[in-house]
Design a protein around this ligand. Structure first.
Ligand code: FAD
Length: 370
């Protein structure tokens, strides 16, 4: 097999002090790392990276079977060299060899809107066409980051990888907003996918895009990410409208003998939608009936009325909700972990009163504090 090759020599005052944490960090991302004769070797998928720390520089050579893996390794090395360099000493990086010209990141696709379907008064399904979607067809990673260009831009601009192997920042007036959404359906052979958008008050870029969408509009997509469906004998799912697309996709892929319960908070009976339920599954729709989203205890109260441990067999609890409900559900899940719940994934999908950027910043701060 012919391998592609890229190389760079990065001037650093203490290259070993950057190489050490970089290797430790990539180990956490399941890279294979070895060392021989002063050369550090990192294997990631089909790509091989050699790093040599000598006096005043880190020399890097990457070989990979295709451009996507070559660019993925370049981003991983360049971004972590920057991250682990001393503060204020941003090193100059310049790659030569294959893939040196600016290009889209390997996990980035441009999607074009092909159809719009109003599922319920506040849930809109948007269908997209895109190239080379196989990478996104995974039940283990259901979510993507959507890049939503500012409204009214004649030609959307996308983040490119520059000659330094890093994502180039765009001028603010062209910069897309980034929002997380779930792939609800995907057909790799047809090159299509569908995403269900909640149309909410105080619309940010995600909801506003869905509300005003036109056939032919383009957005960007990167990912996929997150954790997905686990094997268990029984399932307990909790979701509000934002978690409903992921819940519905998981339900559609459960084995016919799966047993469980889905508790779903929605605005009112008009927001119910048909779900692909295995026979042994129950669903309870919890209506807010005029109360604002993100301000009820419907899910938490419903959870509190269940008996623990509810029935026999391994139990997986999955929940995706607004932040306040998320905190309470997570506390309950932790309290009942083994015996009771075998595994759980409880995630805050949005936070009342905060746009996604502020929500993410708070999540990071909380993780740091923990
Ligand atoms: C992994 C993951 C997967 C997700 N999948 C989906 C999905 O498939 N479909 C989907 O619709 N959402 C999904 N979400 C939630 C979505 O990312 C957030 O609701 C996001 O804030 C919407 O962006 P926005 O630009 O519309 O609003 P923002 O600019 O983020 O926020 C503007 C204002 O709207 C409020 N707000 C945000 N979301 C809601 C809401 N749902 N109801 C009421 N007020 C709201 C905020 O509190 C803020 O005050 C997902 C989130 C995560 C983390």
């Amino acid at each position: 097999m012919t391998m592609l090759r890229a190389e760079t020599r990065i001037a650093l005052p203490d290259p070993a002090a950057v190489l050490r944490p970089l290797c430790e960090h990539l180990l956490e991302h399941e890279a294979e790392i070895g060392e021989a004769d002063g050369v550090t070797m990192i294997r990631f998928g089909g790509s091989r990276t050699e790093l040599r720390a000598d006096s005043g520089a880190l020399s890097v050579v990457i070989e990979a079977p295709d451009l996507a893996q070559l660019q993925g390794s370049k981003i991983a090395i360049a971004s972590h060299v920057v991250e682990f360099s001393p503060e204020g000493a941003a090193p100059a990086i310049n790659w030569s060899g294959d893939g040196a010209e600016p290009m889209l990141p390997p996990d980035f696709r441009v999607l074009t809107v092909t159809g719009v379907e109003q599922l319920t008064p506040h849930m809109r399904r948007i269908r997209f066409r895109g190239d080379d979607l196989a990478h996104y067809d995974s039940l283990e990673a259901l979510h993507v980051r959507l890049f939503i260009p500012p409204a009214g831009l004649a030609e959307p601009a996308w983040p490119m990888i520059g000659a330094d192997g890093l994502l180039q920042s765009l001028p603010p007036e062209q910069r897309p907003a980034i929002r997380k959404y779930t792939i609800r359906e995907i057909d790799v052979a047809a090159g299509t996918l569908a995403i269900d958008f909640v149309l909410h008050d105080d619309a940010g870029p995600g909801s506003a895009f869905a509300a005003g969408v036109q056939i032919g509009d383009r957005i960007g997509m990167a990912g996929p990410g997150g954790r997905g469906l686990k094997q268990a004998e029984r399932y307990l799912f909790l979701a509000d409208e934002t978690g409903l697309p992921a819940l519905a996709r998981m339900l559609a892929h459960l084995p016919a003998q799966a047993r469980g319960l889905a508790l779903i908070e929605i605005a009112d009976a008009n927001e119910r939608q048909p779900l692909p339920l295995p026979e042994g599954f129950d669903v309870r729709w919890l209506h807010r009936d005029g109360v604002a989203p993100g301000s009820t205890t419907l899910l938490v109260d419903a959870l509190a009325t269940l008996d623990w441990p509810p029935g026999e067999g391994s139990l997986y609890l999955w929940a995706a909700t607004e932040h306040t409900a998320f905190r309470e559900i997570r506390a309950t899940a932790r309290q009942h972990l083994r015996p009771g719940i075998d595994e759980h994934l409880v995630v805050s999908y949005w936070r009342a009163g905060l746009a996604e950027e502020q929500h993410m910043a708070e999540k990071k701060q909380a993780a740091k504090a923990a």
